[in-house]
Design a binder for this molecule. Structure first.
Ligand code: G4P
Length: 526
């Protein structure tokens, strides 16, 4: 399998994450430009790419102009095959992003120099930490005034709970921004406003060379030398192993809008970021290059074409080579399935492919065979771990608003939950169904889709809950005792596991205090 091995080794599959507005879309677009995946000269406004490069498959997306979906953009750069997993910009769809992270082999986090680490970035970083995903930070908008870079590094370490190592260093910022010293490549990259790219890239190993003054002037040259000395003293040299283990994050500075520092980021990224790594299945560790084909479904995208009720299931290939028209085992169904029109996603277009390799994402047309987490293999019984649900932030009772359509409603809820649109809990006490989401928008999407795809009507009824916790205990008696005492607050999740619905932080705290033998988990994979 020499070809398969080299194909896998050249793959870099990653997600770009950020708090909305930090510049994720702009950075994605510039990366696509470098890969020749799109051909738009100069700086294109970010909302343009929303219309062109990202998907507008779902009706609701068009209506709201928000990228609800997560799409994939693949392209070749030098000898590498790059797959960028786009994540929804809107924070109400964070659960979608969490799942996308399970398919990413590494992550680039975009941070705004003025705003620093924001809520959404912190949450997404928690998921990366759980999975030990290697992370690179791109500090964006250096053409604007913002925080002191050293303060920002401290903030990154504190807020993201990861060590950092700058690999480039800004020379001033805002309207005085002169460029960066590229520590990784030992180059001086100079910036001219309005030129929208690196205007001069000069090999510059010896910072004591007086040429530095000629390029950036006396005070800035002095400051750069002192800054770099401080960096060398405080931050150990980048240890790539340590980055790959998720312990240290290299940091780059630049301006995505001005296409400054993006190529430098990309050039370092392809060299140090991991090719697909071994994936833990319940049964064993699966090796991308050694093992036969296997993969899992991490996302289901409904209604590409409103005339046909079809979905597309996104398959992340974990090992080996996938081939069109081959029979693969759908492990949950214990059935062999064949795919005649698998697709790959190349920036703006979708095309049928004959083969794909570990690291790649393949779109499989689906008519209801798949749910999130399903595994495909050559025949082996494998179940991939690592597709956790997180405690939702908002909860509502879902009620049937049309008694003639209760079957449609039940089916719709069932399928939407399998797709991972939101989480369903069933009250153990009164059998009522509760939908848990990350944000208000998800309730609207569910209502809309139930009506348009299933002909079902629903109403939402308020319920005041703080968190849903999955519970377990080594003592069956204590667990029973807890469930008896809290029977009004117990629910089943979709898999029938016990979930405690705490209605306030205080109640949760008291429960944790009173029931020391019970472990409370805020995600379903403990
Ligand atoms: P997001 O996907 O993370 O939500 O962010 P997006 O790329 O859409 O960028 C958010 C805004 O920040 C956009 O401006 C974009 O042009 C701007 N931006 C991105 N990178 C830079 C940068 O390096 N410097 C500066 N000064 N601005 C940057 P907008 O006004 O919201 O949209 P637009 O009308 O400019 O497209």
């Amino acid at each position: 399998m020499p070809d398969t091995i080299s194909e896998i080794k050249r793959r870099r599959t990653f997600a770009i994450i950020s708090h909305p507005d930090a510049g994720k879309t702009t950075l994605t677009e510039k990366l696509l430009l470098f890969g020749g995946a799109i051909h738009v000269a100069g700086a294109v406004k970010s909302n343009k790419i929303r219309k062109t490069a990202t998907s507008d498959w779902m009706e609701i997306e068009k209506q709201r102009g928000i990228s609800v979906a997560t799409s994939v953009m693949g392209f070749d750069y030098e000898d590498y095959k790059i797959n960028i997993l786009d994540t929804p910009g809107h924070q109400d769809f964070a659960e979608d992003t969490y799942r996308t992270l399970t398919a990413a082999d590494s992550v680039i986090i975009v941070v705004d120099i003025a705003k620093g680490v924001e809520v959404q970035t912190r949450k997404l970083m928690e998921v990366c930490r759980m999975r030990k995903t290697p992370v690179i930070v791109f500090v964006n908008k250096m053409d604007r005034d913002g925080k002191d870079p050293f303060d920002l590094l401290d903030e990154l370490e504190r807020e993201l709970k990861i060590q950092v190592r700058p690999l480039s260093w800004p020379i001033d910022q805002g309207s005085a921004f002169k460029g960066v010293y590229n520590i990784y490549q030992e180059k001086l990259d100079l910036y001219t406003p309005s030129k929208q790219h690196v205007t001069e890239s000069i090999e510059f190993q010896d910072l004591n060379n007086p040429e530095l003054e000629a390029h950036i002037g006396d005070p800035l040259a002095k400051k750069l030398r002192t800054d770099l000395e401080l960096i060398a003293g405080v931050y150990p040299e980048l240890n790539v192993e340590s980055y790959l283990e998720g312990n240290v994050a290299p940091v780059f500075f630049g301006s995505a809008l001005n296409n400054f520092g993006v190529k430098e980021l990309l050039d370092c990224f392809v060299r140090i970021a991991p090719s697909p790594r071994p994936v833990q299945a319940e049964e064993r560790l699966v090796y991308p290059e050694k093992d036969a084909f296997s993969g899992f479904i991490f996302k289901i995208h409904a209604n590409m074409d409103p005339n046909h009720r079809s979905c597309i299931a996104f398959l992340k290939i974990c090992s080996g080579k996938f081939e069109r028209n081959q029979y693969y085992k759908h492990v949950r169904f214990d059935k062999m399935l064949r795919f005649s029109s698998p697709t790959a996603f190349m920036a703006q277009k979708k095309e049928t492919i004959d083969e794909a390799f570990a690291g790649d994402i393949v779109g499989l047309p689906d008519t209801g065979n798949f749910k999130i987490g399903d595994t495909l293999t050559m025949g082996e019984e494998l179940h991939f771990k690592g597709l956790p649900h997180f405690s939702p932030e908002m909860f509502k009772y879902i009620e049937n608003a049309d008694p003639m359509k209760s079957k449609q409603l039940a089916k719709g809820i069932d399928q939407l939950m399998d797709e991972g649109v939101a989480q369903l809990f069933t009250h153990q006490f009164n059998g009522k169904k509760i939908i848990g989401t990350v944000g208000q928008l998800q309730f609207e999407v569910i209502q809309y889709r139930l009506a348009h795809e299933y002909g079902a009507q629903c109403n939402w009824d308020a319920i005041s809950l703080y968190k849903a916790c999955w519970i377990e205990s080594d003592s069956p008696e204590e667990l029973e005792n807890f469930k008896r005492r809290k029977f009004q607050y117990m629910a089943f999740d979709k898999e029938g596991r016990d979930v405690f619905l705490a209605d306030s932080a205080y109640v949760l705290q008291m429960a944790q205090q009173d029931f020391k033998g019970i472990r409370f988990h805020f995600n379903s994979e403990f």
